[in-house]
Design a protein around this ligand. Structure first.
Ligand SMILES: *[C@@H]1O[C@H](CO)[C@@H](O)[C@H](O)[C@H]1NC(C)=O
Ligand SMILES: *[C@@H]1O[C@H](CO)[C@@H](O)[C@H](O)[C@H]1NC(C)=O
Ligand SMILES: *[C@@H]1O[C@H](CO)[C@@H](O)[C@H](O)[C@H]1NC(C)=O
Ligand SMILES: *[C@@H]1O[C@H](CO)[C@@H](O)[C@H](O)[C@H]1NC(C)=O
Length: 589
């Protein structure tokens, strides 16, 4: 981290600043950060090109930098200063009333006291006309921002502003793609900053309406299985898979793998529906009940869910004892992943057994509330659970990383498991007839899918990332706040079959929306295939995901390979792969 600009208050650099700063308020899109002993308050609102600081009590301020200040000057009314640094950045400093700033050595000091607003902004490096724009919008500043789900497949940003005139904010590429023309906003197309997420473009206006296209949330594949002989092929695999289900078997106690296991079994119910072979359903229902109930009534010996009042969420027993247990579930990693699998299995069980659903409704809703609570602070269940725990209202995707501090900020690896989390919550809403849960989960799901396509799925022709990155990567491994990593948490970047698989699993009806672009699926498969010849071999389970994508454009070739598979991922099965392949568009022979 390079401290381009450091702002220090009247009491000087504080070695105990961790103790003396506090968040005095927060909103969906911002925090207000106070340094009471320095008389400084920062309104940190996402999307603002300016950093806005309120100085109180006639205090002094020092501005310093790790670079050298090569020139410094103010205008005649002492309300605007320009600092050029030797790293080629030009910073503008605006104040709400005259302030006397002088360069003394490497620092810039105020002489005499000041009370009011100071704003800091770096000039975009490309555009000559940006300075008058910054001048014009320097007098209106945001203090907070709300993101509200007003209607299904809509989200509205409302920024609270102070000062005068209109508010200038910055939109990332996904904002621009989804920004409704009915918003009362003006896009300043030439006012741009470069960023890791793509160009950030100026938008004037304090309410934005974001509208992703509605996506269907369905239990079954969109096109169905058309041919009788395909149905028969699936039924024979299904019968074998269901026969092998055994709830008395010694299985994993880890929440992630347990979730995958029950979600895999729940798939069989829906596949059975698609191929009209309901004879297997009673056995799966009994299996699901005996596997799920112990987690809901707290009788599963080695693990279970606990409520954590410190952070307002569910953790697992294993996670509570060991920060690495359950992949860090106890420190809030991966909540939408693990719980997504549980909710999938539960949604299916509720669908086929309403009485069971009624009996366990409070426990089931506690699982959902952990990452699907919509209420704001102080409203309803929000006194108990954090609002939409994993979802980032500004980035429009989720983070899997929890409470651990990392140099590169927060992170998310698997977008498909995030998609599964919201898809499953939406199905749960459908199963219970809870229209609001279904609508909110579907809306978040739509954003998550858009974000995965924009930032994780790297098409050959994309220009969002630099060309050398695009040439080497068809998917991002782990996406961080300030980094794009080719490698995975669990595998090096050369293991491309894992990189593909972790962006596709679990294979579900919604996978066809996440991978709606057949041309991209082929690019991804072509990029991955050579990795299968790697010395030391490749896990059979991962190959299944590769062939699933291949079947989107070469059904026969993929079928041949699937028939040769000796095993499947622990969340996948032969039945599910056959269901997927036979329900593709290419199945329209
Ligand atoms: C400084 O200003 C703040 C808010 O403007 C006020 O609440 C506080 O009492 C003041 N502190 C002193 C020491 O004057
Ligand atoms: C500028 O302010 C800083 C912090 O208050 C102080 O340490 C430094 O001595 C000041 N420099 C001058 C020349 O006043
Ligand atoms: C603010 O502080 C300066 C000294 O830093 C002092 O000269 C000035 O009178 C003060 N102004 C007010 C309004 O208190
Ligand atoms: C100094 O810059 C500010 C901000 O752009 C502007 O409002 C003010 O009029 C300028 N003062 C003079 C004397 O040009």
């Amino acid at each position: 981290f390079t401290a381009d600009i450091t702002i220090t208050g009247s009491d000087g650099p504080d070695p105990h600043s961790r103790k003396t700063h506090l968040i005095s308020s927060f909103s969906d899109l911002g925090v207000t950060l106070d340094f009471p002993s320095s008389n400084l308050r920062f309104f940190l609102v996402r999307g603002s090109p300016f950093v806005t600081c309120f100085v109180s009590n006639n205090s002094s301020v020092t501005i310093s930098t790790t670079h050298a200040v090569s020139s410094f000057s103010g205008n005649r009314s002492s309300t605007k200063y320009t600092a050029k640094l030797n790293n080629d950045q030009t910073w503008l400093i605006y104040s709400s009333s005259p302030i006397n700033l002088v360069k003394t050595g490497s620092a810039i000091n105020s002489t005499g006291g000041f009370s009011g607003i100071i704003r800091f902004v770096v000039l975009p490096d490309s555009n000559q006309d940006s300075e008058p724009i910054l001048d014009r919008f320097s007098v209106c500043y945001p203090v907070s921002g709300d993101a509200d789900f007003t209607k299904p497949f809509e989200m509205e940003y409302t920024w609270q502003k102070r000062g005068y005139g209109d508010l200038l904010m910055l939109a990332h590429p996904l904002h621009l793609k989804l920004l409704s023309t009915s918003s009362s906003t003006t896009v300043l197309d030439t006012f741009r900053y470069k960023s890791l997420d793509g160009d950030l473009v100026g938008v004037v206006g304090d309410t934005w309406l974001l509208k992703p296209a509605p996506i269907p949330v369905t239990w079954h594949s969109l096109k169905g299985i058309k041919e009788d002989h395909h149905r028969e092929e699936i039924i024979s695999a299904l019968v074998e898979n269901v026969d092998a289900l055994d709830s008395s078997a010694d299985v994993t106690s880890a929440s992630y793998f347990y979730g995958k296991l029950i979600a895999r079994a729940a798939r069989f119910v829906l596949i059975a529906g698609e191929v009209s072979h309901l004879d297997v359903v009673p056995k799966i229902r009994n299996y699901l009940k005996s596997m799920i109930e112990p987690w809901l009534d707290g009788s599963f010996g080695p693990n279970g869910f606990l409520y954590d009042p410190t952070w307002g969420g569910l953790i697992t027993k294993l996670g509570s004892k060991d920060s690495g247990g359950d992949f860090g579930f106890g420190i809030y990693n991966d909540h939408h992943y693990h719980l997504g699998y549980f909710l999938y299995a539960i949604a299916v069980l509720v669908k086929i057994d309403n009485l069971w659903g009624k009996k366990y409704r409070p426990q089931v809703y506690a699982l959902a509330a952990d990452y699907m609570t919509l209420g704001k602070k102080g409203e309803g269940s929000s006194s108990v659970y954090t609002r939409l725990r994993c979802f980032d209202f500004f980035k429009l995707h989720s983070w899997a990383g929890g409470l651990t501090e990392f140099t590169d900020g927060r992170n998310q690896e698997s977008t498909s498991e995030a998609v599964n989390g919201y898809y499953s919550a939406a199905l749960l809403g459908l199963a219970y007839g809870d229209i609001e849960l279904a609508a909110v989960a579907s809306t978040v799901l739509a954003f998550e899918i858009h974000a995965a396509k924009m930032w994780w799925q790297v098409k050959e022709e994309d220009t969002l990332y630099p060309s050398d990155f695009t040439a080497e990567n068809r998917v991002v491994g782990v996406l961080w706040s300030t980094k794009r990593d080719s490698g995975l948490w669990f595998a090096p970047k050369e293991w491309k079959e894992c990189r593909l698989g972790i962006q596709l699993l679990p294979i579900l009806p919604v996978s066809e929306i996440l991978f709606s672009d057949v041309k991209f699926a082929k690019q991804l498969v072509d990029w991955t295939l050579p990795a299968l010849d790697r010395e030391g071999g490749v896990g059979e389970g991962w190959k299944g995901f590769l062939y699933a994508l291949e079947s989107m454009y070469d059904k026969d070739g993929a079928m041949e390979k699937v028939k040769g598979l000796k095993g499947h991922d622990d969340g996948n099965s032969l039945s599910n792969l056959l269901w997927w392949i036979h329900s593709r568009n290419s199945g329209d022979e």
